[in-house]
Ligand binder design. Sequence first.
Ligand SMILES: Nc1nc2c(ncn2[C@@H]2O[C@H](COP(=O)(O)OP(=O)(O)OP(=O)(O)O)[C@@H](O)[C@H]2O)c(=O)[nH]1
Ligand SMILES: [Zn+2]
Length: 308
Amino acid sequence: MADTESTKPGLVVAAHGRHCLVESPDGSRTRCHAKGKKNETVVGDRVLWRASGDEGVIAGVQERRNLFYRQDEIRTKSFAANLDRVLVLIAAEPEFSEMQLARALIAAEAEGIEPLIALNKSDLVEPFERAWARLLPYQHMGYGVLPLSLRLSKDVDREHLLQHLRGKTTLVLGPSGAGKSTLINLLVPQAQALTGEISQALNSGKHTTTATTWYWVDAERTTGLIDSPGFQEFGLHHVDRMQLAALMPDFKPHVADCKFYNCTHLHEPGCGVMANVTDLPGAPAGKIEPSRYRIYRTLFEELSQTRY
Ligand SMILES: Nc1nc2c(ncn2[C@@H]2O[C@H](COP(=O)(O)OP(=O)(O)OP(=O)(O)O)[C@@H](O)[C@H]2O)c(=O)[nH]1
Ligand SMILES: [Zn+2]
């Protein structure tokens, strides 16, 4: 960080192109330009900025505790920085992709961020039971799985969610149709109006689809909720394939039992991981569900492709 003279601290609450919206400790918000060519700030960044007319210029970005991002062969997309939690919202319907869920969880583990899974639409009894059963292995490997019925049990769900989110900064991710907007509106009733204001501030009046946005849940501004699109195509190219098993809590304890220290858990004799893939439904604690092993194999292969 440089130029401390006349700089002020702030929190990045939205970013778009070469601009970001910075919130000062008093709650006021200022549109700021990046200093260099590229906007290197992401939502959740703590920055120093300097006033320049009625706008501002970013003078420096504080070191990040973590940065949650995805990366495919071509590009990197940052979601947000300095997170306490990633909440993955899925639903009984549409049926969720376990692969997508696994990717988001691995990306969170890779940055040391605690994930929480929420399963919405518990009123759709049969599909919910099926989806819940598919999530049992995730409960057994230690992830919190929260049942929700966002459209019906509003106050109950609000309180339930807040027990997990209060005082923290949480990024909310979810596939289309799972109820992400419903959840954001439940926790932040003024979200829609705020989104309008933000996109206006960042696009000089043009109303575009919102990118990542920070909302405060409480008036005291202690509980932060970050809404971000982009749950599809969750590339993990930033993860070393040899680290993959260590980022999957059902695999991790067995890696130490592999005969070879550089075991890929694909074909080696004496592999502790392969020895623990089970057919028992729900994969009891300590065991690995076959679907999880298939996901591991697919991801390992994907991360083995040469990059051009
Ligand atoms: N049955 C049922 N439907 C729900 C529940 N919560 C939300 N929905 C419905 O699910 C649909 C999708 O909800 P949204 O909140 O728009 O979902 P979203 O994830 O924001 O979806 P996109 O806008 O496509 O990104 C809407 O028709 C909601 O009314 C629930 O608890 N039960
Ligand atoms: Zn092994």
